[in-house]
Design a protein around this ligand. Structure first.
Ligand SMILES: *[C@@H]1O[C@H](CO)[C@@H](O)[C@H](O)[C@H]1NC(C)=O
Ligand SMILES: *[C@@H]1O[C@H](CO)[C@@H](O)[C@H](O)[C@H]1NC(C)=O
Ligand SMILES: *[C@@H]1O[C@H](CO)[C@@H](O)[C@H](O)[C@H]1NC(C)=O
Length: 441
């Protein structure tokens, strides 16, 4: 192995930091994949180590476990904590204890972990033998009432505060907040041959292999589908806002239920909901892209449910992106059309001239960031939460992928370095971490 001058510089820099008593951070490796919770980022580096930044209470400070953050495979998140699965199947957690950042009570059981799932508060780790270990917060963190049933688990789904585990035999086991879907006793006889489970923040909808649907959880927010049960046949895919469901049937029609404020009532557009291809959702509204590239919206008018102001432009739509209360449609020609709450990115007039040749759009809860095909980035929406990237605009070149917390963006460049902007307390300030720049040849 040949030591490069850079690695000596890196070593010297670390020693300098250690001498100055500053938080240790590793320069070794470029950013590989960046993960986020609501207020912090965790970047897995190419060498399997992890660096974090953002709210120090809540995942941005991993110094207490940094020595254990090696050979990391995948990182998962609750609202204010992280869990890193290592390549040996062990798990390291950090962040707010109340949000499952402290796994010491189950650390002996966190071996041979396959996949980790999360509510906003709790983690549940599925082990390679199909068993499940959940920990910390009571809303999903305590699976003791069903632990005897948590065998042969295939996939786990979650609402804000409850889990639903689909077993390999098509049955379902639930636990966590009873008003959030943790109690499925009212429909347990129907939870057989389940194919996929979908969730609002408060309720679950299980699509069965025969195309029928079973719902449970909060009555108003999707848990009660009795008003449309006769129509819930031949269901293909189900989509969800925070409080309502929309089921696309195999014939391209759509059935909705749940809170009428927020997408549960589509009667005003039911005549247009034919030949639907894909449905997109933000927290309060739906946008259905039809096979001809047109778009039909419903739900909260302030949050994107009313697209009448741009309906003439909603043709040849390719993909739709969403903040909490706005939508951005990328057209096949690379242009972008936005609507919904103006403080959520629904108004892109200030950057419309720059929204050409757009490749992919990313979103915080309040702002959009469009990556163009030439690797530059255009942002709009709430300026405090990602909509204003002027402080880093000179660095936003050769961008590869953009990641987001609820309030800030992190752009990974093709050289493996990272540029951040948005709320500085929620991930927008990454000055405490560094990434190695590969030596130019
Ligand atoms: C984690 O929880 C354990 C109790 O389960 C406690 O003893 C320990 O101090 C906690 N660690 C932190 C960092 O809060
Ligand atoms: C759905 O909205 C329509 C108006 O678009 C209204 O007439 C109807 O009563 C609503 N249905 C429910 C169940 O709220
Ligand atoms: C990308 O294209 C925009 C115009 O669409 C231009 O202003 C910008 O300078 C280009 N960026 C790079 C890095 O070429």
């Amino acid at each position: 192995m040949i030591a490069s001058p850079f690695s000596f510089a890196s070593f010297a820099f670390r020693v300098l930091l250690a001498v100055r008593g500053e938080q240790f951070f590793s320069l070794a490796g470029q950013a590989d994949v960046i993960y986020s919770n609501s207020v912090a980022f965790a970047a897995k580096k190419t060498d399997g180590s992890v660096v974090t930044w953002g709210a120090s209470c809540c995942g941005g400070d991993s110094s207490s476990v940094s020595g254990q953050l090696t050979d990391v495979d995948v990182i998962y998140a609750t609202q204010y904590a992280f869990a890193a699965k290592k390549t040996d199947g062990s798990v390291v957690t950090w962040g707010a204890s109340f949000y499952s950042g402290n796994s010491s009570s189950v650390s002996g059981q966190l071996t041979d972990v396959d996949v980790i799932y999360a509510t906003l508060y709790a983690f549940a780790a599925k082990k390679t033998d199909g068993s499940v270990v959940a920990w910390a917060h009571s809303d999903g963190g305590d699976s003791s009432s069903v632990s005897g049933q948590l065998t042969d688990v295939d996939v786990i789904y979650s609402t804000e505060r409850a889990f639903a585990a689909k077993k390999t035999d098509g049955s379902v086991v639930t636990w966590g907040g009873s008003s959030h879907g943790g109690d499925s006793s009212s429909v347990s006889g129907q939870l057989t041959d389940v194919d996929v489970i979908y969730a609002t923040w408060f309720a679950f909808a299980a699509k069965k292999t025969d195309g029928s649907v079973v719902t449970w959880g909060d009555f108003h927010d999707g848990g009660d589908s009795s008003s449309v049960s006769g129509q819930l046949t031949d269901v293909d895919v189900i989509y969800a806002t925070q409080q309502a469901f929309a089921a696309k049937k195999t014939d391209g029609s759509v059935v909705t239920w749940g809170a009428s404020c927020c997408g549960g009532n589509s009667s005003s557009v039911s005549g247009q909901l034919t030949d639907v291809d894909v449905i997109y959702a933000n927290s309060v509204a739906f946008a259905a892209k039809k096979t001809d590239g047109s778009v039909v919206t419903w739900g909260a008018s302030y949050g994107g449910g009313d697209s009448s102001s741009v309906s003439g432009q909603l043709t040849d739509v390719d993909v739709i992106y969403a903040t909490q209360q706005a939508f951005a449609a990328k057209k096949t020609d690379g242009s972008v059309v936005t609507w919904g709450g103006s403080s959520y990115g629904g108004d892109s007039s200030s950057v419309s001239g720059q929204l050409t040749d757009v490749d992919v759009i990313y979103a915080t809860w309040f702002a959009f960031a469009a990556k163009k095909t030439n690797g530059s980035v255009v942002t709009w929406g709430n300026p405090s939460y990602g909509g204003d990237s002027s402080s880093v605009s000179g660095q936003l070149t050769d961008v590869d992928v953009i990641y987001a917390t609820w309030y800030a963006f992190a752009a990974k460049k093709t050289d493996g370095t990272v540029v951040t902007w948005g709320d500085s307390l929620s991930g927008g300030d990454s000055s405490s971490v560094s990434f190695e720049v590969p030596a130019s040849v």
